[in-house]
Design a protein around this ligand. Structure first.
Ligand code: ARG
Length: 461
């Protein structure tokens, strides 16, 4: 009973127990790195040929065999066996079936410890740009919406209380920049991950005459890892990714939270497309923003994955421990989930309707109280005093049950003789918007400038 393994019949006399094999098997997850495993093996075969382990003929045999294994994997014709505990053992097993005993020479001087992390780093190098493109898609959509909603004014909130009016375009772009930081965080990760651990052996380095610089270059890495003990167990790049993923998920979640609120009957600032909404099985009138709620919910999963990986690492002594096998499941799951969340958010933003009238009607002119204070400041009053005067005007309007802009001039003048009838000109949303005209402000001119900068960033590549 039990399963035959790479080491069966040597030091260990019996096969491993079936339940142990179940625990040990990582093939369903790490077969995703098959292409990288083959690349790593091709480069390793060349390196050990240079080191005198393989003859030119043997190298050719191994190269042809590996290419055949690659084809079988790509076409899906490969038959994985229950005894293949991971992609590395599966590839080696199949290679040896195809080319015979020569296949058994490939693993000379190499360990799965340096092999797995080489494959993993290569996979990240190859695939992270795909995720970055998803970020770019969402950023592009945000800039498109910013361009089309330039005339829409909505209330801006702090503490979820109306604060000052803003352009909806400014709101859309406020979600562009966090994604820009996310994109550059992934660039940093690409730089970190660009280091070749192959040639570190199990933990202490290899006895073979391997030029690790050339090996790294052949695999497309720009540098080699400096310490073999560190290299085989360094999973900082996994944590870096899970942190970057959590940040992206958190950014999406904040966007989702605002849109969920803005799409309620009470707010009505936006209407979500039916393509990204669901109904209720019971209540016929319901249209639920499930897309956004799911995105918000997934953010918590991302946070958990980041914490899980850090917890996994914290107790490990240097060099490889099998605990590390959890790394890829966490990474791939975060990668896949984030891809979906980004795609869905892009769809939501692309298809939502902005209800311009509702946005504007929702603004209480009280949101221009700061502008009224500025009016007094323009006439020479210290801001603190002006703040106080407008506070009094707001209170008076409330007592008289009037909107602030309808407070009679006599009441304004009772508060300060500096007021004249031009105070009523302050209560223009357009003016309030246009006055925020320093870089980063919500004036149309500045939002246009901001939009151009955003578009330039997107066009750069
Ligand atoms: N499947 C393993 C992993 O993902 C490969 C490394 C195994 N190394 C070992 N010494 N058993 O981590």
């Amino acid at each position: 009973m039990g399963e035959k393994t790479l080491w069966s019949g040597g030091r260990l006399s019996s096969n491993i127990d079936q339940v142990m094999a179940n625990l040990n098997n990582s093939l369903p997850i790490d077969k995703r790195m098959a292409a990288e495993d083959i690349l790593g093996s091709l480069a390793w075969a060349e390196a050990i040929q240079q080191a005198g382990i393989l003859s030119i003929e043997e190298l050719k045999v191994i190269q042809d065999g590996l290419k055949q294994v690659a084809d079988e994997i790509a076409s899906g014709s490969i038959q994985f066996l229950p005894t293949d505990e991971d992609i590395h053992s599966a590839v080696e097993r199949r290679l040896t079936e195809l080319v015979g005993a020569t296949g058994g020479k490939l693993h000379t001087g190499r360990s799965r410890n340096d092999q797995v992390v080489t494959d993993f780093r290569l996979w990240v190098k190859h695939n992270l740009p795909v995720l970055q493109d998803k970020i770019r898609d969402l950023q592009l959509t945000l800039t498109n919406r910013a361009a089309t909603e330039m005339d829409c004014i909505l209330p801006g909130y702090t503490h979820f209380q109306q604060a000052q009016p803003i352009l909806f375009s400014h709101w859309f772009l406020s979600h562009f920049w966090p994604l820009e930081r996310d994109h550059s965080r992934l660039n940093n990760l690409l730089n970190r991950v660009d280091e070749c651990p192959l040639g570190c052996g199990a933990l202490a380095g290899t006895t073979l005459k391997i030029d690790r610089e050339i090996l790294a270059k052949n695999l497309g890495f720009s540098r080699v890892s400096e310490n073999s003990l560190d290299a085989v167990s360094d999973r900082d790049f996994v944590c870096d990714f899970l942190y970057a993923a959590s940040m992206i998920a958190m950014h999406l979640s904040r966007m989702a939270e605002a849109l969920i609120l803005y799409s309620t009957l009470e707010f009505g600032f936006v209407t979500l497309s039916d393509r990204f909404s669901t109904g209720s099985s019971l209540m016929p009138q319901k249209k639920n923003p499930d897309s956004l709620e799911l995105i918000r919910g997934k953010a918590s999963v991302h946070l958990g994955q980041m914490t899980t990986m850090l917890a996994n690492l914290k107790g490990l002594p240097s060099a490889y421990d099998k605990d590390l096998q959890e790394d890829k499941a966490l990474f791939f799951s975060a990668f896949d989930q984030l891809t979906i969340s980004l795609e869905v958010m892009t769809g939501v933003i692309e298809t939502l309707t902005v209800n311009q009238e509702r946005c504007r009607d929702a603004i209480n002119m009280m949101a221009l109280a700061t502008d009224a204070a500025d009016y007094l400041v323009d006439r020479g009053m210290p801001f603190r005093e002006a703040h106080h005067c407008i506070g009094k005007a707001v209170l008076k309007a409330e007592q008289l049950n009037l909107p602030l802009e309808a407070l009679p001039l006599t009441e304004w003048q009772a508060i300060s003789p500096m007021f004249d009838s031009s105070i009523f000109d302050v209560f223009s949303l357009e003016n309030a918007i246009e006055k925020r005209n320093a870089i980063g402000g919500t004036s149309k001119q500045m939002v246009r400038t901001q939009l151009e900068k955003a578009q330039q960033l997107l066009n750069r590549k």
